[in-house]
Design a protein around this ligand. Structure first.
Ligand SMILES: [Zn+2]
Length: 243
């Protein structure tokens, strides 16, 4: 099989190895050597001074100095012009017990607020670690570990789920309020009827007035309407059971 020959946009040299993806935009393909060079730049905080070789929609902030400590100058042609003080990428640090604590905290995030706070703290940990220690800082590695284990996405999904639950609880509450209005009106209708019937019974002979078939008296209607703040028609329809 004939290997595919590509030209590296960063150094201009042809190469046949599997390409590296530029850290500058996460998509431009560059040669493996340039991929390593970019990693060195990031790790040691070296500013790249050549032409932009990555895609056009590159974020300007990527061109600015890496937040990592700067202590070396690396030339693609000549190698190290000034050796960095730390000349080895450190061994992967032991992430315990911090990682365990973060996992424990993530497990206890049961509300939208605690999830927001957790994610906020995690991004803060990463940012501070990147500035102070660079890409291999403990905080950044903890962040990556939690992200790779799916904890970050899991919490984001859980937040959406909790928000949906809250929404349906609100809907239930609204339904209860509508029911409360219904029961208030039922109670009020009883009071209106009771008032009118009592009024009628007070002027009728015993057993003469039938509550189930109320006689509509204009004066009693007017008095009841006045008492409850409605019109006479309203009192009539309440008595007839139309409302
Ligand atoms: Zn290259």
């Amino acid at each position: 099989m004939i290997p595919e020959i590509r030209r590296c946009p960063r150094c201009g040299k042809p190469y046949t190895d599997y390409p590296a993806i530029s850290r500058r935009d996460n998509k431009t393909e560059i040669c493996p050597e340039c991929g390593t060079a970019e990693a060195f730049e990031d790790y040691f905080g070296i500013s790249y001074s050549g032409d932009a070789y990555w895609s056009d929609n590159v974020d300007e902030s990527m061109l600015s100095e890496s937040p990592a400590k700067s202590n070396g100058i690396y030339s693609l042609k000549n190698g190290w012009l000034k050796q960095p003080e730390r000349d080895n990428i450190p061994d992967e640090p032991d992430l315990e017990p911090e990682l365990g604590n973060w996992l424990e905290d993530a497990f206890h995030c049961n509300t939208v607020e605690t999830i927001d706070e957790f994610i906020d703290n995690l991004y803060k940990l990463r940012q501070e670690s990147l500035i102070a220690e660079g890409e291999y800082g403990k905080g950044n590695l903890i962040f990556k570990e939690l992200r790779n284990r799916g904890i970050l996405q899991g919490l984001k999904d859980k937040k959406v789920q909790l928000e949906n639950q809250e929404m349906s609880l609100t809907e239930e509450k609204e339904l209860t309020e509508a029911e409360q209005v219904d029961s208030w009106w039922a109670d009020r209708k009883n009071k209106i009827c009771e008032y009118y019937h009592t009024l009628m019974e007070s002027t009728a002979l015993p057993g003469e007035y039938d509550r189930n078939n109320p006689y509509l008296d204009q004066r009693a209607l007017a008095q009841t309407a006045n008492k409850f703040g409605y019109g006479k028609d309203m009192i009539k329809s309440v008595l007839k059971g139309e409302r």
